[in-house]
Design a protein around this ligand. Sequence first.
Ligand SMILES: [Zn+2]
Ligand SMILES: [Zn+2]
Length: 240
Amino acid sequence: MNPNHSGAPRGQERFGQGWMDSRRRNETQLREEVLELLWTQREGGINLLDEILKSSAEEDLDEILGAMERDGWIGVQNGQVTFREEGERRALEVIRRHRLAERLLSEVFELKEPDFETSACQFEHILSPQVLESVCTFLGHPPVCPHGKAIPPGPCCARFQRDVEPLVRPLPDLKLGEEGRVVFITPRSKGRLEKLSSLGLTPGSVVRLAQKRPSYVIEIGETTLALDEEIAREIYVKRV
Ligand SMILES: [Zn+2]
Ligand SMILES: [Zn+2]
């Protein structure tokens, strides 16, 4: 918010820091990193304090966890860490911001890893709730991040706002004859994903919607594929 107040390269000062360099970051940001760590560990089935401490290079992790426990964000019992309501809500917000930032950076700015990952870590701390809703709507309320991890839905996803034209949308939203680049696929099963990719349908491939009824028919290069609506809805495309 403040304009430059010193001669230091401010951009670098604010944004050039990763997880390892924690000393100069403020408490809020540090806690957000820890909430993020706890959330992803939980996704991996890990809630043991010892394992969580081992999983991170953060020197002050023990201390931060202690402070968060005192504030009622988390509970630590029998060596297990669990979120309390406040911590769960805050963690969900941070994760949502991080994963939506990843989608934004990879889809819109077409950054590749590790660039989008690094930038997402910085973005997540500066996106306001209002901006985040616009980003989510613009991206078509994506269910997963580029790594395939779930993005917790926000209020905008429930309302499914129509006031911003989504950039990324399910394949059936293409018009007949229109082309789209596959951005991500969210199949019910891994087998289905493998089947689709063996047919040449992978993120990055360009498809043309040739028919909508009685089933969806798409063309990928020389290949023509018929898809059930259920599967077609799991394929998200960006117009090309
Ligand atoms: Zn991700
Ligand atoms: Zn949304």
